[in-house]
Design a protein around this ligand. Structure first.
Ligand code: MLT
Length: 407
């Protein structure tokens, strides 16, 4: 019988959010008629901006005419979208990123999961704890770790984010080759200052390491002094790959459109004394394994950068950030310590007791779904995450219910 890739067997049986969905289904089956409010997975609730819908409709109509029909597009994305992203997201903020360094894709989850294919199996990988589980799980699948020992995989270097360091991990004390960073952070909502990011960039340059910078939530940054892109930091072009997404800021979680920046200045060793361009390798990978995001979706994404699109997406961000403020205020009023929710749509709360117990308590007593911090790693134990992605009515109802359950 053919043998499986048994690195998969090192993983927990199911992905964190699938696990939570199963528990919530069990609860709703056992409690029919009890309304559940989901502040667990960060999935948007508000409709697509009108500018995006109009652009998508027009693109569908183009596909309906022989003269304007299109088949396969460029795997890396259409120039109209790559150019708009480069101009608005990077060049407008003084960050040097060219359109041809942008790879449009169907999601930051897929890209942060797939990018590790570019690197050797025996590299040293540093991963924050708590962390978005995709970074860890994909390295486990690729055989870069030993077994799971009490929630930590042998062979990974864990970068602890704790109340003591404001949930911004310190530089590792040992040498590493690949570093995952996420700011604004999922799950903690913490942000990194330019000085903190500069320290990481300097470290990566000294160690000839590569930083994988997940900035999927950067549109939620309210404080103008905080960097949105790692390329705002001098020297980052030679050491960092950045991941971005339209999912949360423009409501594209179901529509699917994201991008990854792989600068042309980025090189890694081929192990034989030579150096290879990571841009060329990712282009090779992308063109082999991906056939591009659909034309109507790319047109919808490009509409984000029209004046109407900018206004509408900024309104969406403001809406979710007001939800975040409401949640954060309610939680603080209850005397619980929390971070996030000011420059990120997640509120990271120190729970009373274990995070799964607190998850059960909120579900059973308030009908609220949160994400237990332990699902993001051992340092997440004793915390829960609440997401600001929901309707205003649900958020208001949720905070009332949390107040009554925990008061
Ligand atoms: C989350 O809740 O952490 C996110 O929705 C996960 C994702 O974007 O894949």
């Amino acid at each position: 019988m053919i043998q499986i890739n048994d690195h998969f067997l090192k993983l927990r049986a199911s992905y964190l959010f699938a696990d939570i969905a199963r528990r919530v289904n069990d609860f709703t089956e056992a409690n029919p008629g009890k309304e559940v409010i989901r502040l667990g997975i960060g999935d948007v609730t508000e409709p697509l901006p009108q500018a995006c819908r109009d652009a998508m409709h027009a693109a569908v109509d183009e596909l309906g005419e022989r003269e304007t029909f299109r088949g396969y597009g460029p795997e890396q994305g259409y120039p109209f979208l790559r150019e708009a992203i480069a101009r608005h997201e990077f060049q407008a903020r003084g960050a040097e990123v060219r359109a041809d360094e942008i790879f449009v894709s169907d999601g930051a989850k897929c890209d942060t999961g797939n990018i590790q294919e570019l690197f050797a199996t025996d590299i040293r990988v540093a991963i924050p704890d708590p962390v978005y589980p995709v970074y860890v799980d994909t390295n486990v699948m690729a055989g870069r770790t030993g077994p799971d020992r009490d929630g930590r995989f042998e062979g990974l270097v864990y970068l602890e984010a704790t109340p003591g360091n404001g949930y911004v991990p310190e530089l590792p004390s040992e040498a590493v080759d690949l570093i995952y960073l996420c700011f604004p952070n999922n799950p903690t909502g913490a942000t990194a200052t330019a000085k903190q990011l500069q320290a990481w960039v300097d470290y990566a340059r000294e160690q000839s390491a590569i930083i994988l910078f997940d900035a999927a939530y950067c549109a939620f940054i309210q404080n103008d002094d905080l960097p949105r892109s790692i390329y705002e930091i001098p020297g980052a072009r030679e050491v960092a790959i950045e991941f971005r997404s339209f999912s949360k800021s423009a409501g594209f979680t179901g529509t699917r459109c994201a991008w990854t920046v792989v600068p042309s200045d980025l090189y890694a060793s081929d192990g034989r004394g030579g150096r290879q361009s990571l841009h060329a390798l990712w282009n090779r990978r992308h063109t082999t394994k991906f056939n591009g995001v659909s034309y109507p979706v790319q047109r919808a994404a490009a509409a984000v950068y029209t004046p109407e699109g900018q206004e509408q997406t900024q309104a969406l961000v403001r809406f979710y950030m007001e939800n975040a403020r409401i949640i954060r205020d309610a939680v603080s009023d209850l005397g619980l310590s929390c971070v996030g929710g000011d420059n990120a749509p997640y509120i990271w709360i120190q729970a009373e007791g274990s995070s799964w117990d607190f998850f059960d308590r909120l579900l059973n007593e308030a009908g609220i779904v949160c994400t237990p911090g332990a699902g993001f790693g051992p340092c997440g134990e004793g915390h829960i995450r609440l997401s600001a992605f929901n309707s205003r009515d649900n958020v208001n109802k949720a905070v009332q219910r949390i107040r009554s359950a925990l008061a």
